[in-house]
Write a protein that binds this ligand. Structure first.
Ligand code: ADP
Ligand code: MG
Length: 281
């Protein structure tokens, strides 16, 4: 688990990503993220998703335990964010983790605590429908890893970036992000991509973007595009999503560059938010 954690959990932002993805997979319509000290002391993600039964809550931390695959054939048709069953096991092996979870049809929640792999027994408690995961003191028993955490500012910048990707990919979900008691973002469910861009970046950029939709065979494309005179010095404003997942892809980067060729200085990067949907097969 600790070796897997080395791959899955690079920094606090990776924890935020994995936990938010789990909340999305649980069918949440609201996800609230709270972070202290750039995530080194606390990362808490609360959702109103389907929750877990007591026995599933115990299993969720086992390596390769996932509820997202039932048959081999499912591997060819993946529509969830996770499916490897590694995130919770990894996180719980390098931090102090507590989970409170309650299913929709239950009156009581259950709580389990795991301290760097040491599991406490599960017990009933009060709690809202859904799941709240708290991750404290990331890497505290691994001084070499903890030492590699950067300043609070750098870590929170990475967390904001992960949150931004998720918030752009899933405008149907309400999301908040707060850091050290200060609210950074409050995004309502079912906002338009333009509204999200306005809140996550700035209003002026959002209002200037051109909206485009197109489809060919089974592939649907939606995009918000910067005007040719709004080229940037770097690719920070280029976001690509495939089936709700943020991706980086050289081919797509190249296609966008080609599309703007002749309209923009060759050393400039157009503002692009591009959303592709295609059957998971
Ligand atoms: P994966 O997402 O790849 O299945 P994880 O380690 O991230 O693996 O999670 C393990 C399992 O725990 C999930 O398959 C899911 O059944 C359950 N789980 C994790 N987070 C949540 C959540 N927020 N709400 C409901 N179930 C969850
Ligand atoms: Mg997961």
């Amino acid at each position: 688990n600790m070796i897997a954690a080395g791959e899955v959990i690079e920094r606090p932002a990776s924890v935020v990503k994995e936990l938010m993805e789990n909340s999305l997979d649980a069918g949440a319509t609201q996800i609230n993220v709270y972070v202290e000290d750039g995530g080194r002391n606390l990362i808490a993600v609360a959702d109103n998703g389907c929750g877990m039964e007591a026995d599933d809550l115990e299993l969720a931390f086992e390596p390769h335990a996932t509820s997202k695959l039932s048959t081999i054939a499912d591997l060819l048709n993946i529509s969830t964010m996770g499916f490897r069953g590694e995130a919770l096991a990894s996180i719980a092996s390098v931090a102090k983790v507590s989970i409170v979870s309650r299913c929709r049809d239950k009156i009581e929640a259950n709580k389990i605590e795991i301290d760097c792999g040491d599991k406490d027994s599960i017990r009933p408690c009060s709690g809202d429908v859904g799941t709240t995961v708290e991750v404290r003191n990331l890497f505290y028993k691994l001084p070499a890893r903890r030492k590699f955490l950067r300043t609070v500012n750098t870590e929170i910048t990475h967390i904001v970036e992960q949150f931004t990707r998720m918030a752009l990919a899933r405008t149907d979900i309400g999301m908040t992000l707060a850091h050290n008691k200060k609210e950074l973002y409050r995004l309502k469910a079912n906002e338009s991509v333009r509204e999200r861009i306005a809140k996550l970046f700035n209003d002026e950029t959002a209002q200037s973007l051109l909206e485009l939709q197109s489809s060919e065979r089974d592939i649907k494309l939606a995009a918000m595009l910067g005007r040719p005179d709004s080229g940037r010095a770097n690719s920070k404003f280029q976001y690509f999503f495939l089936n709700g997942r943020f991706i980086r892809d050289k081919f797509l980067l190249h296609a966008v560059k080609e599309a703007y060729r002749g309209l923009m200085e060759p050393d400039k990067y157009p503002i692009v938010f591009l959303f592709l949907q295609m059957p998971p097969q």
